[in-house]
Design a protein around this ligand. Sequence first.
Ligand code: PMP
Length: 288
Amino acid sequence: MSLKIWINGKLYDKENAKVSVYDHGLLYGDGVFEGIRSYGGKVFRLRRHLDRLWDSAKAIWLTIPVSKEDMAQAIEATLQANGLQDGYIRVVVTRGSGSLGLDPNRCSDPQVIVITDRIALYPEELYQKGLEIITVSTVRNHPAALSPRIKSLNYLNNILAKIEGLQAGCIEALMLNHKGEVAECTGDNIFLVRGGRLLTPPNEAGILEGVTRDAVIELAREAGIEVREVPLTKHDVYIADECFLTGTAAEVVPVVKVDSRSIGDGVPGPLTRQLIDLFKKLTRRGVE
Ligand code: PMP
């Protein structure tokens, strides 16, 4: 059976799920999106993802033509149509088709798309052994030009960094901001452990406010671990006891090497392992 895709209120077979080549989502990357997960039939932190989607849309003057409740129902319906309990959900809202000029006022029909699919996990081995990443030369978008808090369809900044990482044999890459501070990875937020405390760059470092990041900060605080959102440099990364990344797709994944330097003992550390465990419990329990 073909995978069903939801577009503007209707389910289509994957082969017939299409948008116009005049859509400004395609022509200019003009639109917004979300990546969400469902665990055991329950969508993880749906409200938070929808709020972020609506915030991203507002930031680019895009009015999403359905309500958050309608969107939640569309997600449920699409998961059900595809018989998915544990899946990945991609919600996309484009500016719609218009003329070949930039003017978004000439676009009349924003396309609201819900894709639900199986998720291709990183290999289990990486969660056991940890990742090796590198710092890349592609600087994270300057927040005053295009805020990294907007999850827009224009992901070239991250894609260029990803390519640099891949060319060095790394599946994730660390991006610095325009001030040379640690920002985030191409699709994940970054955390360090130093002296028993968790450290992570603040929003002002120019990062996406990750839903998984928030969940991990909450879990850590509940477990009595201090968390500080502070500006970090590459030096902080190199001297950290532990390092890990968080993201909807990656969940919580240890990092053991950055720029060829071993982090801590070069193996996933105890706090990282504890948080992986707590995150697993949180998601498998399906609790917000
Ligand atoms: N940073 C960037 C640039 C991302 O694309 C993502 C993935 N959405 C994240 C961080 C992690 O955010 P989340 O935990 O909400 O998936």
